[in-house]
Design a protein around this ligand. Structure first.
Ligand code: ATP
Ligand code: MG
Length: 428
């Protein structure tokens, strides 16, 4: 019986919790063998506000994926977002040790440690330390200095940090759902793995993942991350405005947005006879309204969101450093006309991004909640979870599943897992 390398990605979003179980081949290609969705509960703007609700929703999502995959998973790579996240760039420097003056792994880990020394408030924790470039004896732009000769090794890093309480509440929710945490990954960093091309990152590009409750941004200059932001706005705010503006229940507002919504007012003026049926707030009566009333609600809110994003993009540096423009992804990027409006506001080329993978998935998931007006589940909502799997493949600590019926071997594995589980429980 062969060993199977399994990686699980768990995207705990504000609208949906999505689990993907992937089987990784020896050449690091992967195949999705299980996928599960559950409606998100207990989160507000990307932050856990009710551990029980979140862990129940996680359990539901993971169970569905496990049933599809025909196996149980013990751990997952989980995404993190929320406005408690912030980032800074830092610098580290060390002298190269050893007689040969050849840079070793030890030198690299020492310089990475040196670059982590920042004054961190007591209530914050570091989530990622991402090397942007190494500098050897003054020569910049080195991606991998291992084995190079030199006496002075420097590194420029991008450090992502977040509130300890928010991180712990997220981890607790996952553990309470019966899973261990392989690693915590910033959501836009994960999405950038599944959506951006190497060329875009080399040229300079901005990824904007607009979800339900948060908008996650990551900026690349010359192949490296220079800035990450999480803004507390997303598609749910638009839905909320529609519910108020058209006096209709939230669930109805969501359907209307997906089926008739557009961010472009010009377009709706053209089709004057476009009327839509709207359920009254009590849910008892139906009325007909012209579509431009809907557009008049959507356009200003979307514009306001894009202007907020634009201010953040500006703060990361001049726009000519990102000639590849903006890549929009996430559920709210699917709003009709979003790319055109975004181009106008950002004054940069904009394309819609989605992971290459997931073909055929809409055939296996039959959940009306996540379907678009074409009856399919859009790939753009998988950007983060597929990226989590890709991050897991690159950064290791995957599960190895042995298809064994050998009782003794099974017992050993189980007792090892119990040990790790109890360590985790002790920790929190
Ligand atoms: N066709 C569509 N047109 C407009 N909006 C859409 C469409 N499809 C989905 N959305 C919106 O996308 C949002 C959900 O996106 P997504 O699944 O990426 O969010 P999430 O990952 O759960 O949330 P977050 O990343 O904020 O935690 C919802 O606000 C939903 O209304
Ligand atoms: Mg998301």
């Amino acid at each position: 019986m062969s060993d199977r390398r399994i990686i699980t990605g768990l995207d705990i979003g504000t609208t949906k919790i999505c689990t993907i179980i992937a089987e990784v081949s020896s050449d690091n290609e992967f195949e999705i063998i299980g996928i599960g969705f559950s409606p998100s509960k207990g989160l507000n703007k990307g932050i856990v506000v009710n551990i029980d609700k979140v862990s129940n929703a996680i359990r539901e999502s993971v169970n569905k994926a496990q049933i599809m995959a025909g196996l149980e998973v013990d751990s997952a790579f989980i995404g993190i977002a929320g406005s408690h996240i912030s980032s800074i760039n830092n610098h580290g420097v060390v002298a190269v040790t050893g007689n040969e003056k050849e840079i070793t792994e030890n030198d690299i880990s020492r310089v990475m440690e040196a670059a982590q020394i920042i004054s961190l408030p007591a209530e914050e924790e570091i989530i990622h330390v991402i090397p942007r470039e190494f500098i050897v004896d003054g020569y910049k732009g080195i991606k991998d200095p291992l084995g190079m000769s030199g006496v002075r090794l420097e590194v420029e890093t991008h450090i992502v940090k977040g509130s300890s309480t928010s991180i712990q509440n997220l981890v607790k929710s996952v553990i309470r759902a019966g899973l261990e945490v392989d690693d915590i990954v910033l959501e836009p960093l994960a999405s950038s793995k599944s959506v951006l091309t190497e060329d875009e990152k080399e040229l300079g590009v901005i990824l904007v993942d607009i979800g339900g409750g948060t908008t996650d941004i990551v900026v690349f200059h010359e192949g490296s991350i220079v800035a990450t932001y999480v803004l507390p706005v997303g598609g749910n705010h638009v839905t909320h405005d529609i519910a108020i503006g058209l006096r209709t229940p939230i669930s109805e507002a969501e359907k209307i947005k997906i089926n008739h919504g557009t961010a472009l007012p010009g377009e709706s003026k053209e089709d004057k006879d476009y009327y839509i049926e709207v359920l009254s707030a009590s849910g008892e009566e139906k009325k007909e309204i012209p579509r431009n009333l809907l557009t008049n609600v959507i356009e200003p809110r979307t514009m306001e969101m894009y202007e907020m994003i634009n201010r953040q993009i500006y703060s990361a540096g001049p726009k000519d450093l990102t000639p590849a423009g903006v890549v929009l992804t996430g559920g709210a990027s699917l709003l009709d006309g979003s790319a055109l409006l975004a181009e106008e506001v950002f004054d940069l080329p904009v394309r819609l991004g989605k992971p290459d993978y997931v073909y055929g998935l809409s055939d296996v998931i039959d959940d009306p909640l996540y379907k678009n007006k074409d009856g399919k589940i859009p790939k753009a909502i998988f950007s983060t979870v597929i990226g989590l799997v890709e991050y897991g493949i690159e950064n290791g600590t995957a599960e190895v599943k042995t298809n064994t019926t050998d009782k003794k071997e099974k017992q050993i594995t189980e007792s090892f897992i119990d040990k790790v589980k109890s360590w985790f429980k002790e920790f929190f």
